[in-house]
Design a protein around this ligand. Sequence first.
Ligand SMILES: [Zn+2]
Length: 526
Amino acid sequence: MFATTFPYRRILYSLVSVLFLALHLPRTIAQTEPLRIIVIGAHPDDCDLCAGGTAIQWAKMGHQVKFLSLTNGDAGHQTMGGGALAKRRRAEAQEVARRMGIAEYEVLDNHDGELVPSLEVRLQVIRRIRRWKADVVILPRPNDYHPDHRNTGLVVQDAAYMVIVPNVASDTPPLKKNPVFLYCQDRFQKPNPFEPDIAVNIDPIIDKKVDALDAHESQFYEWLPWTMGILDQVPTDPVERKKWLAKVRQRPIKEEVRSALEKWYGEELAATVENAEAFEICEYGRQPDDGTIRQLFPMLRKPRIIRSKPVTKPLKIDGKLKEAAYSQAKKIYLKNSLTTETVSDKAYQSYVQVCHDQNNLYIAFTCFDRDIHSSFTKRDEYLWKEEAVEVFIDTDQEPDNYVEIEVSPKNVLYDSYIVDPVNIDIEETLKFNLNGIKTAVSVDGSVNQRNDEDVKWTVEIALPFRELKADFSADQLDNYQWKINFYRINQDQSPLKYLAWSPTQGSFHQPDKFGTIVFEKTLPKP
Ligand SMILES: [Zn+2]
């Protein structure tokens, strides 16, 4: 009896869950295979300094990062040494992994200061790159002041081809695809200086990187200051000590790195970056093109900025968008949120325009649509299950809290306040209400007549600033910035379902992918 019913039930469950996933795509993370990255350094702290900020961002996006230290760090201290020091440094490394949120931090038991590029160490490295099934391997360059760093560079380079050779370390299955090997940034000029092919902006998580480095007590508060003769400058208070660490570790961004930032993030953002990590593509291993680099480094994104110009008179919210403000406001087009492609089918193009006065942010959506429909009639019904436009606005520095607004073609409103984008308690978020919001919809076509052909629907929203931010005052507005994203859900014959200004390639609830709205100071010319 059980033997026959059990599999059916399982199939039924999986069908139900597939259906559930399909219906709820914008609410769940539809992630492709996570990337697998291994960073290899000589000492427990080398990986952290070289790629810690990038690793934190990978880990946050659900990718698997492993740090591997080839020595146990048992030499670098003025008063401790040997096994006791190795034990301490291994424990510090584990704490770093926890603070960074990375998958693993392994510390091999080779002696500090004595690493040689031996066959034995090469095999240790080959096996670890293989077991990790690495897509990316990060290593130091083989020119460096420290013999351990230099030899780590040599050993990993020597492994770069061997990881795919089945008869080398034949107890560990070889990789089918050669990883991309990338060098860490260093300052050494001879025989050739470091060339930044990739630069990652780590400003958004710099505090988290410093917090992780802070776990290396024996290194950053004892040994390194002692070697530099500044041990007496290290504050004893833990909070002050961390601030001090942030200051001594801050490095000015070199011109070449700034140029790389411009390439990957665009000039406007690149000009503002204060902390970056850069990498050079190693000639051994797979050679990535720019598209592959963007896949391997999903944090490299040109930021989206929408500028809101001020209007002198409040707008009439009728959904018609007849005011002069809209003929002047720039149209920003939504893209296919899953593929990030521009929408080429004119019948489904959608754009957003914004402007503001002293009290309100005005948002207008124009959605071309062959089949406009919606069965919802009551506020806070689950509009995203049919057709809707959506605005997510984050008014503070906390990335996980933001307001979600949706409007249907029947001008039904859904307003909620998200506190945890990964586990959304929908009913709880719906207790939030924007009492002063005004919305209107105008339709060129017929809502819910499914057999005729419609043209478009336009949505106009007036959002009182004070409802978004209790302590708001209009004199703050000049060049004021909030994080924002605009979406549209379309449910009809068209394959185009999920549209976004800043595409998320999965759940809409990814605040790190929001764009920025800037409130401009200058009045528009009459
Ligand atoms: Zn080191």
